[in-house]
Design a protein around this ligand. Sequence first.
Ligand code: B1M
Length: 209
Amino acid sequence: MEFSELSDYVLKGNVEKTAEGTKWMLEHGVDPLRIINEGLIAGMNTVGVLFKKGDMFVPEVMRCAKAMSGAVALVKPHIADADIPSRGTVLMGTVRGDLHDIGKNLVVMMLESQGFQVIDLGVNITPEQFVDAVVKHQPKVMGMSALLTTTMPGMSETIKALEKAGLRDKVKVMIGGAPVTLAFANQIGADGYASDAGSAVELCGRFVA
Ligand code: B1M
């Protein structure tokens, strides 16, 4: 089984074959991170290209997302290390109006595997919900994900809401998602930007050091 075959199963939205291929790779000792990066994410990247060109439509993309999420759930136990002492709490959510959660879920999984306690608020999270959760959980880091250019302003609004609530200096703000850049993070006053799940873990590590 090659990574390209696994990518192809994701691209075809074949939930069963993606799961079977992932299990096969795990059983044959393939590095779980390579399964995610070179198999599953590679497949989703091609989905993105075809979706943009109008060669794939929302129902098909949803099936691909289902195949990917199912496979990520299979990989998760092979990455998590329950014995690592807690490095602090990270709050995570996808911003208001945005339902994309595959990337966020990968970041959550990687953070948990590296000893962070993660409170995942889910998707479509309003600035008020982020602020309430910061009050309730007092995390060291608050992470916001956005996949749509139209929902990115929700990140800036959430930072303003934190300022208004007098909480801005109590929590580090990390942002990410395909359309997000370091320049945007600087522009809206976030503390950091991560381009992928591994960088998000590194950034959180620096925040809590
Ligand atoms: Co959507 N979608 N989608 N979609 N979708 C995009 C984002 C799009 C780029 C596709 C395209 O046109 N090429 C486009 C956005 C265009 C734009 O904004 N300019 C788009 C669109 C238009 C839409 C709809 C509007 C389509 C419609 O209805 N007409 C609609 C919007 C729904 C909504 O949110 N309100 C929509 C819906 C959907 C589905 C539901 C079908 C599905 C989502 C399923 C789900 O998430 N449960 C979907 C998908 C799957 C995609 C693409 C194809 C793939 C996204 C993905 O999962 N990538 C996407 C195309 C693309 O991104 N190229 C697309 C894999 C994932 C591992 O990568 O999410 O980037 P990513 O996460 C990475 C990094 O970005 C980073 O780490 C992750 C791991 O490496 N990261 C962080 C992410 N969050 C982070 C947070 C951090 C740090 C790092 O700190 C807090």
